[in-house]
Design a protein around this ligand. Structure first.
Ligand SMILES: [Fe+2]
Ligand SMILES: [Fe+2]
Length: 182
């Protein structure tokens, strides 16, 4: 096993028992379900890995448990993307950086999207700046990773099912080697 695999296992095994926001699944289950949805959709390895690791920022920050409950935006998308960019190429790190902006984008661009958000996503949306302005939407559309980020966002929202079963963490880590930064 590579050092990077061990590092990722340590981060997830050590902290992923925390509940995912207000939902009934743990951070680890949330990560596995997001990756399983990306894999089932036929996504390339980089986006499956991005789905697995999209919330790594929640696990490596020092804001304590559930900072959103205390009105704190932990900026986990930036913390996580910067961490991932040290190990992987932009096709992993950049959709992760954009997964929160993608929620703000979809709330502005799709009239029915807000109604589909889970309670914790609604709660964090206000802290994250609310729906995008028209100008922000246009800027987001020009980002080369905008489409990947929107797809990641849908896997993220779908990954809160307390009854889902998935492959284990190591199964999805097998995608990591193909995505290591060159
Ligand atoms: Fe997130
Ligand atoms: Fe998430």
């Amino acid at each position: 096993m590579t050092d990077l695999h061990q590092e990722l296992l340590r981060v997830y095994a050590g902290r992923a028992t925390r509940r995912y926001g207000l939902s009934a699944v743990s951070q680890l289950q949330h990560a596995l379900q997001a990756a399983a949805l990306a894999e089932a959709a036929g996504e390339p390895p980089a986006l499956i890995l991005a789905a697995l690791l999209h919330d790594v920022g929640h696990m490596i920050h020092e804001f304590g448990e559930d900072p959103a409950a205390r009105g704190i935006d932990d900026r986990h998308e930036e913390i996580g993307a910067d961490w991932l960019a040290r190990h992987f190429g932009p096709a992993v790190a950049e959709p992760v950086r954009l997964h929160v902006p993608a929620k703000r984008y979809l709330c502005a661009a799709e009239s029915d999207y807000f109604a589909k958000l889970s309670p914790d996503s609604v709660r964090s949306l206000a802290l994250q700046g609310g729906p995008m302005s028209a100008e922000e939407v246009a800027t987001f559309d020009r980002d080369p990773y905008a489409e990947a980020a929107k797809r990641l966002r849908r896997y993220d929202e779908g990954a809160k099912d307390p009854t889902a079963t998935t492959p284990d963490f190591e199964h999805f880590l097998s995608y990591a080697d193909a995505c290591v930064r060159t």
